[in-house]
Ligand binder design. Sequence first.
Ligand SMILES: *Cc1c(COP(=O)(O)O)cnc(C)c1O
Length: 382
Amino acid sequence: MSQKAGFETRAIHAGYEPDPTTGAVIPPIYATSTYKQDGVGGLRGGYEYSRSANPTRTALEGALAAVEEGERAFAFASGLAAEDTLVRSTCRPGDHVVLPDDAYGGTFRLFDKVEQSWGVEHTPAPVTDVDAVRAAIRPGQTKLVWLETPTNPLLNVGDIEALAAVAHEAGALLVVDNTFASPYLQQPLTLGADVVVHSTTKYVGGHSDVVGGALVVRDLELADKLTFHQNAIGAVPGPFDCFLTHRGLKTLGVRMDRHCDNAEKVVDFLTRHPGVVEVVYPGLPDHPGHAVASRQMKRYGGMVAFRVAGGEQQALAVCERARVFTLGESLGGVESLIEHPGRMTHASVAGTALEVPADLVRLSVGIETVDDLLADLDRALG
Ligand SMILES: *Cc1c(COP(=O)(O)O)cnc(C)c1O
C-alpha cells in the first residue's frame, strides 16, 4: 500500500493482502500460540511464537503504521502497556521525562508510582507553554518530552512542531499521545514527533469493545529497540483483540467526521444554553489553542467539556439526568458518554495543581442522531 494513498484507503487496505490460499479479504483470527517449522529454525514468514509475532497482529500493526505515516507500529495489550514498554526501551535509571501537567491520569500514575521507583524522574509542564517545557528539560538527562494534544478534560492544545524542535535541541525524543485526536485528525510524525502513542481502546477501536495500545515510529533504530522490548516484556494483545481493533480502524475516517459534526452541533447548542457558563472546545475561536489546533488538526474532534451554571450539584445532576448520553468513563466509542471529571476520571487529582473545576462536565460525543443528543442535553440541563 503506497503511503500516497488517501487516509481511508490506507486504513482499509494497508497491512494485509487477501490470503493467497483462500482469498479471505479480512485477516483471519490466528488463534495459535506456535507455528510449525520446516526443519529446525525454518520459520514460515518469520512466525515462531505469538508473543513475538502473530499474523492478525502483523496486519493491525501494518495498518497503524500506514495511518500515522510511520514506518513501524507495535500493538500492545493496553495504552499503558505501550507507554511502559516505550519508557523501558528509551530510559535508564537516572534519566528524566517532561510530562504534561494535565497528563492522562493513568500516564501520570505510571510515571509517578511505577517508573519513578525504577529511577526515571519526571517534571510536569503545561503543554501550551513552549518556554515552560524548555525550562523543564534537564539537558543530558531528559530523554523524552511527552505531549498530549488536546488534553483531557480541558482540551489544552500543544504545538507539536514547536515542541519537537525544543525536544530535539536537547537531544530528547518528542512523544505524542494521539489518542484524543486520532490519526484521522492529526499525524504527529509528519510534524516532527518521534513516537506516537495510542490507547486504541478509544477512537481507533471505536466501539468500546476492546482495550489496546500502540506505538508508531519512523526511525528504524528505535523500531528495533521496540521490537526487542515488545517481545522481551510481552505486554502484547491477543489475536481476537487485534481483529476487533483492526476492524474499528477501517471506519475511523467516517466515524471521526460524524463525531466532529455532532460535537460542533453540541457545542453550538451548549454555547447558547442559559444553563451553561462556559464551553471548552478547540474549534471555538476564543479557545486559547484554536490557532494551533487549526494548523495541526484536520478538525477539532469529538470531545467537549462545559461548565454548568449552579455549580457541582447541578453538574452532577446533569450527568445523572442524561439518558442518551451514558454516564461512564472512557471515550471515543460510537455511543455518547457523559461524565463528571472531578468525581470520576480526575478524582485522584483533587486537591493538587491538576484539580479540574467542580462544575465541569465532559462529553465524548458519539455518532447517534444529533437531534437526540441535543434533546437529551436540553432535558438534562433542566
Ligand atoms: C485511555 C488513555 C490512555 C491509557 O490507555 P489504556 O488503553 O486505558 O491503557 C492513555 N492516554 C490517553 C489520552 C487515554 O485517554
